[in-house]
Design a protein around this ligand. Structure first.
Ligand code: CUA
Length: 335
């Protein structure tokens, strides 16, 4: 409900992909999301009761003691100072309520952040960058970006455990349907886990202002069936495809400064500053969810990233048409 407008406005629609675009935090689809919703309902119920009691008393008092014709307005009403019982009651009761709310929140937060991963769990390291997400699969030995593939599961043993950190400023991981926000903080590791129960594409975004392109730091969690997930990891583990017909294109790419920032596994291109491009074409979007990953957008993005994402750290390389064609055809071979 709350996240609805935000995500629908920001996320591009990828043709042929059924995205869960209506991200309703009141209809969670993972265990942490459920636990947090229950805590939120409990807190809302208590605060609503306080609101009704306090508001009701105010309305009653205003009505009951309103000015009436014939009231003596020359004299002050009787002044009453203090009542120990009432003061004790309105001090102790709110303190008790606050402790109950702290206890409930702390229990839910600890349950999500301190859970130790079962042996079959998928482990992912998520690293925040201005303005994209680095996604590392340490057990599988590959890195990707902006789209987090996980197995859909209702088996807690196969949940996905995330370690979150950042290389620059504070970011915040937020997949409204799966779990609450967890910050990615430089020089610190935060933990959380998700177990999306239904396969599908979940959309989310960075939820902590992190600079110019914060609003365009979008991300997707793609919950695959176990078979699809296995196929995806096997494909991601392979080094980049080497198509001899594209020698010129590959050499053109290799001769440009692109290689200082981007890695293409199995080639001399080993930069780490920008996203890993080894299997760029397996991703649905470009530029952290800003553009649909198709030929036209890829060409426009390489030509001038500042057009789609002003202020981002990828410069326009001022390529001529031939260079652009070569770079784009090489990138399109990275399936
Ligand atoms: Cu990253 Cu906001």
């Amino acid at each position: 409900m709350i996240a609805y407008a935000l995500n629908v406005l920001l996320q591009v629609q990828v043709p042929g992909v059924a995205e869960r675009r209506i991200t309703d935090i009141f209809k969670p689809l993972a265990t942490p999301g459920y636990a947090e919703r229950e805590a939120a309902y409990f807190t809302l119920a208590i605060t609503a009761a306080i609101f009704l009691v306090v508001g009701g008393l105010i309305v009653y008092t205003v009505w009951r003691f309103r000015r009436r014709p014939g009231d003596d307005t020359k004299q002050e009403p009787p002044q009453v100072y203090g009542s120990n019982q009432i003061e004790a009651a309105w001090t102790i009761i709110p303190i008790l309520i606050v402790f109950v709310l702290i206890g409930v929140s702390a229990r839910v937060i600890a349950g999500v952040q301190n859970a130790s991963p079962p042996s079959k769990a998928l482990k992912i390291r998520l690293i925040g960058h201005q303005w994209w997400w680095e996604v590392e699969y340490p057990d599988y030995g590959f890195v990707t970006a902006n789209e987090i593939h996980v197995p859909a599961t209702s088996d807690a043993q196969r949940a996905t455990y995330l370690e979150l950190t950042s290389v620059d400023v504070i970011h915040s991981f937020w997949m409204p349907e799966l779990a609450g926000k967890v910050d990615l903080i430089p020089n610190r590791t935060n933990y959380m886990w998700i177990d999306p129960r239904q396969p599908g594409v979940y959309v989310g975004n960075c939820a902590e202002y992190c600079g110019t392109q914060h609003a365009n730091m979008l991300l997707r969690v793609i919950a695959d069936t176990p078979q699809d997930f296995k196929a995806w990891t096997e494909q991601q583990q392979r080094p980049a495809q080497d198509n001899p017909q594209l020698n010129d294109a590959r050499n053109a790419f290799g001769s440009l400064a692109c290689v200082n920032c981007h890695q293409v596994r199995g080639t001399p291109s080993v930069g780490k500053y920008g996203p890993d491009l080894t299997h760029l074409m397996s991703r649905q979007t470009l530029a952290a969810g800003v553009l649909v990953n198709d030929a036209k957008n890829l060409r426009a993005w390489v030509n001038d990233p500042q057009e789609a994402k002003p202020g981002c750290f990828m410069p326009s390389m001022k390529l001529n048409d031939q260079q652009l064609d070569e770079v784009v055809s090489y990138l399109q071979s990275l399936k």
